[in-house]
Ligand binder design. Structure first.
Ligand SMILES: [Zn+2]
Length: 225
């Protein structure tokens, strides 16, 4: 899943307006952000097998540190604790932990059974929505639309960047998603890994856009005061 993780981040802004969209992107995509580095270091492995699912040609052979439920809980705890230390907001820190965990649940829906609960020795899980291209596009498209809509309602642009950069980011996410679903399989392992590293730029983009948007709640006019 790709767009669905961003959708969770967009939607979470409503619950924690004080947390930047960049931090929420970081949380929702933390598993996919650490994954390419773990692959480069040789801790995790995947292969390119065109046709293995209708949506992605990637076979995730071993990725327990980034993509087991326990692994994600550890990354989530790390991010939550870091946020708590830096910002001293326990509620927001706990929500970030949950957003990191949401990655497992969404991947569970789309992946082939390749997600584990713990690091070693557990059964792999996955509902395999990726075997249906139309099903994946519908589910992920709908979740994404709802997430963006919630973010747009919960915030408002402070200037032109706040409006235009958000539109550009949403369009860009949809385009690269459609490109990956309908485009040719990636040419090599290293192409996949470096493309995945580029998601860090989207996190930076989240911080930039969020700095140009304020709370969407309009000040209430007090009658009789
Ligand atoms: Zn993932």
């Amino acid at each position: 899943m790709f767009l669905g993780h961003f959708a969770v981040a967009f939607a979470a802004k409503r619950a924690v307006p004080e947390v930047s969209l960049g931090t929420l992107f970081l949380a929702a995509q933390l598993a996919d952000l650490v994954w390419p580095t773990l692959v480069l270091l040789g801790f995790e492995h995947f292969a390119i097998r065109p046709g293995i699912t209708a949506v992605t040609p990637l076979e995730f052979i071993r990725y327990p540190y980034s993509h087991s439920l326990l692994g994600m809980a550890a990354w989530g705890a790390l991010l939550g604790i870091a946020y708590l230390v830096l910002r001293r907001k326990a509620g927001a820190a706990f929500l970030l932990f949950l957003v990191v965990l949401s990655h497992w649940l969404l991947d569970f829906v789309t992946h082939r059974p390749d997600l584990r609960l713990v690091i070693a020795g557990s059964e792999p899980y996955g509902l395999g929505l990726w075997h249906s291209r139309i099903g994946t596009l519908l589910v992920e498209g709908l979740i994404f639309a709802v997430g963006v809509w919630i973010y747009v309602r919960a915030t408002r642009p402070l200037d032109r960047i706040g409006r235009l950069a958000l539109i550009a980011l949403v369009a860009f996410l949809v385009l690269i998603y459609l490109g990956s679903v309908f485009g040719p399989p990636p040419p090599s392992i290293s192409a996949v890994v470096w493309n995945a590293q580029a998601v860090w730029l989207l996190v930076a983009c989240g911080y930039w856009i969020d700095a140009h948007r304020g709370s969407g709640l309009r000040p209430r006019i007090m009658i009789g005061s």
